[in-house]
Design a protein around this ligand. Structure first.
Ligand SMILES: *[C@@H]1O[C@H](CO)[C@@H](O)[C@H](O)[C@H]1NC(C)=O
Ligand SMILES: *[C@@H]1O[C@H](CO)[C@@H](O)[C@H](O)[C@H]1NC(C)=O
Ligand SMILES: *[C@@H]1O[C@H](CO)[C@@H](O)[C@H](O)[C@H]1NC(C)=O
Ligand SMILES: *[C@@H]1O[C@H](CO)[C@@H](O)[C@H](O)[C@H]1NC(C)=O
Ligand SMILES: *[C@@H]1O[C@H](CO)[C@@H](O)[C@H](O)[C@H]1NC(C)=O
Length: 576
């Protein structure tokens, strides 16, 4: 009798299991810290912020940044030097890259002909504004496969590209964890049933506040609902050239408000068109923005740039260096970004006016509290505007490659974590067992009602293709613009060229080579990489040649554009 009962139970359990075979329990999301991590075991201060990972056998520790616009993962060994104009020495290079990978010391590294042969994604993005070396990465990198794990999770074997060229701008040079639409890492985790879907989320954390600093976090397969506030904004990922956003995440900023501590809220975009910005989490600043808005921001906030006004060697390269003695006090209010969707993101003052960060010879981080940098870089109207990592100190971002959407919330800087899985839209299982049922798979998850499975279906919130406000303003602008267009356009090009020029570092002697793929003269450098004079528009090249050539030997870092409307400006030296 007793044995019969046991048998009955066994059969019942077996039957229950086999019924569920068509639809196994989906795995829970994974979460990794985005933290300041010591890179060189011998130098305590050799810190880089990123995701601590392990690669190879025996495991080697590295620190990586997530890249939404790369499909493959690219990890440096010690063979491709840093740009010596931007990075002082090899120790600093090693720290800023997040350590070196020694593939020859890994018994699990299997070399292949190239990245594609390793099973890597065949295509990387080629959109204007992205780092100019990206399209060459697939064909030029040393490649293979190796065991790889973020945090302390179970390793998966993934294709790895080991760059053999300086493919980036030289500023965001950490190892790149490719989390693009055909991400080999996300694909491998889904295949290994470590995560439920090709969805990932990011909160950058808070930095430069000493003991009040807070780690950020990356969630794979869902998001962290403790770190979001209120309604979300969801739009399609759109990588197309005419969107002008290589991460697929373009937003329209209709206003930015300086929130003075004593209550006054002042728009810094008065009279300006909305700004289309691309969200690029790996970029080192808060905002790359058209020069007239950057100027208005400084003017209204009472910020004075120092002379020279920016550095390309500081950790926050291209940030505006402030002259803290030129005014009684430095602006201590916040900045609120108002998006066309109505979402408002208030970035706290200490996440965009920060101490100057550098590196000592041994690669340890140096925080100079006596100097302040404004994490805003002025671009010309032709260059794309970006919202960088410091935007994600105040906003929470989720990228859903299953649904082809991205979702943003106001961030909540909480140390707590409640992971919510987001399911694949094309679930193989029966409807009863998919969707919100996922919520029960993770003991971190509490409220099923907020499970994000439906995020792919809310097309109603998608950003309109073209903003009506913009179109109206443009047509008014065209009338005015026609009158002054010619002269202003010319002035603009001259100004743009001069603004963007800067001399190689003063301390350095003659160039030691290896800076540009094809040893051309460097006109200027920005986040996409160095630009040659020959790559400028023909008219600009002429102007450089005839009018600016002598100045090429001068120091251009102190030049600033003084905006007088979106299409004009005069050039002056120093602060305004
Ligand atoms: C990623 O791979 C897809 C598919 O090959 C390709 O269309 C895309 O351009 C690649 N990169 C990005 C950022 O989308
Ligand atoms: C995505 O990458 C895989 C290799 O990882 C490749 O086989 C596949 O063709 C890629 N998908 C697309 C759409 O290009
Ligand atoms: C800062 O401003 C003061 C006062 O205007 C000026 O004397 C000084 O040269 C400036 N310093 C820098 C580094 O720009
Ligand atoms: C789930 O709960 C168990 C027991 O309460 C706990 O030990 C474990 O850490 C939890 N899982 C996670 C991912 O935190
Ligand atoms: C975003 O908001 C929409 C509309 O309120 C909601 O249906 C959807 O579930 C939300 N998405 C997430 C991931 O929370």
């Amino acid at each position: 009798m007793f044995i019969m009962l046991i048998w009955g139970l066994v059969v019942a359990v077996w039957a229950g299991r086999s019924l569920a075979v068509g639809c196994p329990q989906p795995p829970a999301p994974l979460s990794f810290p985005l933290a300041d991590t010591q890179v060189n075991p011998r130098v305590p201060g050799s810190l880089m912020r990123g995701i601590p990972v392990r690669i190879g056998t025996p495991p080697q520790n590295l620190v990586m940044l997530p890249w939404p616009d790369l499909n493959n993962t690219y990890i440096y060994d010690d063979q491709t030097a840093c740009n010596t104009k931007l990075i002082d020495n090899d120790e600093i290079c090693r720290v800023r890259r997040g350590g070196y990978y020694y593939e020859t010391e890994s018994t699990s590294f299997t070399k292949t002909t190239d990245v594609i042969d390793a099973g890597g994604a065949p295509v990387e993005i080629d959109t204007l504004g992205s780092e100019s070396g990206i399209p060459k990465l697939v064909s030029s990198s040393l490649a293979g496969t190796d065991r790889f794990a973020a945090g302390d999770k179970e390793p998966v074997t993934i294709p790895v590209g080991i760059p053999r060229l300086q493919w980036d701008g030289g500023f965001t040079i950490s190892h790149a964890l490719g989390l693009g639409p055909n991400s080999t890492y996300l694909n491998a985790l889904v295949a290994a049933r470590q995560i439920p879907s090709r969805v990932w989320s990011i909160f950058w954390g808070r930095m430069w506040m000493g003991s009040a600093d807070m780690d950020g976090a990356i969630v794979l397969g869902g998001y962290d609902k403790e770190k979001v506030i209120g309604e979300n904004f969801t739009a399609q990922l759109d990588y197309s050239e005419n969107m002008g956003c290589w991460t697929g995440m373009r937003v329209i900023i209709v206003d930015v408000i300086a929130n003075f501590p004593h209550g006054a809220d002042v728009s810094i975009m008065s009279g300006n068109l909305p700004v289309r910005s691309c969200i690029v989490p790996q970029r080192q600043l808060l905002w790359e923005v058209p020069v007239d808005i950057a100027t208005e921001l400084r003017k209204k906030a009472g910020l004075v740039s120092s002379s020279p006004s920016m550095s390309i060697t500081a950790f926050h390269a291209l940030a505006t260096m402030l002259n803290t003695t030129a005014s009684d006090s430095v602006f201590d209010g916040d900045l609120t970004f108002v998006l066309s969707s109505g979402l408002r993101i208030r970035v706290p003052n200490n996440q965009f006016i920060v101490p100057r960060i550098g590196y000592a010879e041994d690669g340890s981080r140096v925080v100079d509290q006596s100097q302040k940098d404004l994490l805003v870089y002025s671009v010309t109207n032709q260059q794309p505007s970006t919202l960088g990592r410091y935007f994600l100190t105040a906003a929470y971002l989720m990228i859903n490659h299953e649904a082809g959407t991205f979702t943003m919330w106001q961030g909540n800087p909480s140390r707590k974590s409640t992971l919510v899985p987001v399911s694949q839209t094309s679930e193989q299982c029966s409807p009863e067992s998919s969707g919100d049922g996922l919520g029960t798979t993770d003991n971190h998850t509490t409220d099923d009602g907020e499970s994000g499975g439906s995020s792919g279906n809310n097309g109603g919130q998608n950003e309109p293709e073209s903003d009506p406000t913009t179109e109206t303003s443009v047509s008014i602008g065209t009338i005015v613009g026609a009158a002054v267009g010619g002269a202003a356009g010319l002035a603009c090009i001259v100004a743009l060229v001069m603004f963007c020029l800067w001399k190689r570092r003063r301390q350095r002697g003659p160039e030691t080579g290896g800076f540009l793929p094809d040893d051309g003269p460097v006109a200027y450098i920005d986040n996409t990489g160095p630009k040659e004079i020959g790559s400028l528009p023909p008219m600009a090249t002429e102007l450089v040649a005839e009018d600016l050539r002598p100045e090429l030997n001068g120091d251009f870092r102190g030049y600033e554009l003084h905006g007088s409307g979106p299409y004009g400006g005069v050039l002056n030296r120093g602060g305004y």
